[in-house]
Design a protein around this ligand. Structure first.
Ligand SMILES: C[S@@+](CC[C@H](N)C(=O)[O-])C[C@H]1O[C@@H](n2cnc3c(N)ncnc32)[C@H](O)[C@@H]1O
Length: 281
């Protein structure tokens, strides 16, 4: 089974992730055998982590956060899941610039199956769209078999906001449910980072603290911090970007992708959390 881990060429080339990549061929069929791109890794990893845990099957319910125009919603609907796909409300998306690229904010179902990964009638039967701010998850979104987010929790304003989102979104799962989230991981420093702003970068110590909080609440997570060491892993991509895009330089920092797989505990950790909620700093 996959563990929580960092993006690497070896993981992208694994048979399991390549099989998912084949399913996404309509999106990127440019003749390349493997697309060595960290965003592709994030999508494939989320799909495989949920699949391995039996989540991508008819009747399973899933809740996606900050879905943008990612292909995962269509892939999971095609697997038979009943989904609530969410992204931030239009007003905040415009204010924070997420509508500028035309390719990163959802706003509704219409951009979520553009590659035809799921038959349209199945897609509209099984997917509902809802505007949800990840910093204020509505309390009626409960009881899901799985939740996920890709490349979204680092955009919530601060390191602490992203961590609080991961904890708060565990309340959306039924006991034993699975969360998979991907985010930015800082490779070039153990100290200096961007702690607040439009995009933040998580250091190992931030992830250690998050893992500790999750475990304290009774959730299960198993972290592997090994970095890839092939020439493709070591290449730091800068504009104009190349075909090898596993590590990038952003705001002077070298980052890659991190994926977290968390299984919700079956105990009563939520009650304690309500009593001893961590003070916001
Ligand atoms: C880089 S895009 C990623 C989109 C998509 N998940 C993907 O992998 O292509 C970041 C996404 O996070 C969403 N987002 C940013 N802040 C948010 C917030 N406070 N609540 C919900 N979504 C948010 C954006 O609207 C956007 O869809």
């Amino acid at each position: 089974m996959l563990r929580s881990q960092l993006c690497s060429a070896e993981s992208l080339r694994s048979p399991a992730l390549r099989a998912w990549a084949e399913r996404l061929r309509p999106m990127w069929d440019d003749g390349r055998d493997v697309m060595l791109h960290r965003k592709m890794w994030e999508w494939l990893f989320v799909a495989e982590a949920l699949h391995e845990r039996g989540m991508l099957a008819p009747g399973r319910s899933g809740l996606g956060f900050g879905v943008g125009q990612e292909p995962l919603v269509a892939l999971f609907a095609h697997a038979g899941c009943d989904l609530v796909a969410t992204d931030q409300p239009r007003g905040s998306a415009i204010a924070s610039g997420w509508t500028d690229s035309q390719a990163e904010w959802a706003g509704g179902l219409e951009h979520l199956n553009t590659h035809g990964l799921c038959p349209d009638e199945q897609f509209v039967r099984q997917v509902r769209y809802r505007a949800v701010d990840m910093n204020a998850i509505p309390s009626d979104l409960r009881g899901f078999d799985f939740t996920w987010s890709s490349c979204a929790l680092e955009h919530l304003g601060s390191l602490a906001a992203g961590e609080d989102f991961v904890l708060a979104s565990m309340d959306c799962l039924r006991p034993g449910g699975v969360a998979v989230h991907t985010t930015e991981y800082l490779v070039s420093s153990e100290n200096e980072t961007v702690e607040a702003g439009g995009t933040v970068f998580y250091r190992r110590r931030d992830i250690d603290a998050l893992v500790e909080r999750l475990r304290r609440e009774g959730h299960d997570i198993d972290m592997d911090y090994r970095l890839g060491d092939t020439p493709e892993d070591l290449h730091v991509d800068v504009p104009p970007y190349t075909d090898v895009h596993l590590r990038t330089q952003l705001a002077g920092y070298v980052t890659t992708s991190l994926a977290l797989i968390i299984t919700k505990g079956t105990g009563g950790g939520g009650g304690l959390r309500t009593l001893f909620r961590r003070p916001k700093g």
